[in-house]
Design a protein around this ligand. Sequence first.
Ligand SMILES: [Fe+2]
Ligand SMILES: [Fe+2]
Length: 206
Amino acid sequence: MADKPHASGRVKPGDVTTTVGREVLEARGIDVEMLREKLVDAIGAEFTTYYYYSILRMWLAGNEDYKEICEDARLEDRAHFELVLPRVYELGGQIPRDIRDFADRASCPDAYLPDPPTTAAILEVLLEAERCAIRTWSEICDITHGKDPRTYDMASRILQEEIEHEAWFVELLSKERDGVIRPSGHFRRGNPGDAPHSKNNPFYNP
Ligand SMILES: [Fe+2]
Ligand SMILES: [Fe+2]
């Protein structure tokens, strides 16, 4: 009989109290509980940012181009929440029963509408929210790189979109606030909510 080294392992046959998917992460030195709680915090930020960007977008009235770019970033944050939510449960975690707890533990600050809600002030809030997201998903990439390909793949897809979002808002804020052109490379996303990396849609490449 051929040797089948993966036919059994530390998880006993029929054991439903854990998963091999989790056990292999522990074997590679990942603190699974720490990781999944960081994922809850990170998608908490995606969820709250989706909410706050809804308000910020409304106040960009008159700047239809800015509004559209804000909308792309807003819907992509919802896609980021959706992408990682199942991973939290796969790793034995859950999101808080009370949405207030979820918002409180979000890994990024509330992206409140500035007072006064000038276009430049709104763009600055958007920019700093993207920067927090880049720091958050970079940390998840670092923790999972070479150890947890599934979470790493999700985090790196999200990170790519967050890096694009930062570049978009650098371009817009620089023009709006300082009158300085700093091209981001952005043209158009496609349809609102396309989220090319996190939803596996084609990205703009004519
Ligand atoms: Fe996001
Ligand atoms: Fe973003």
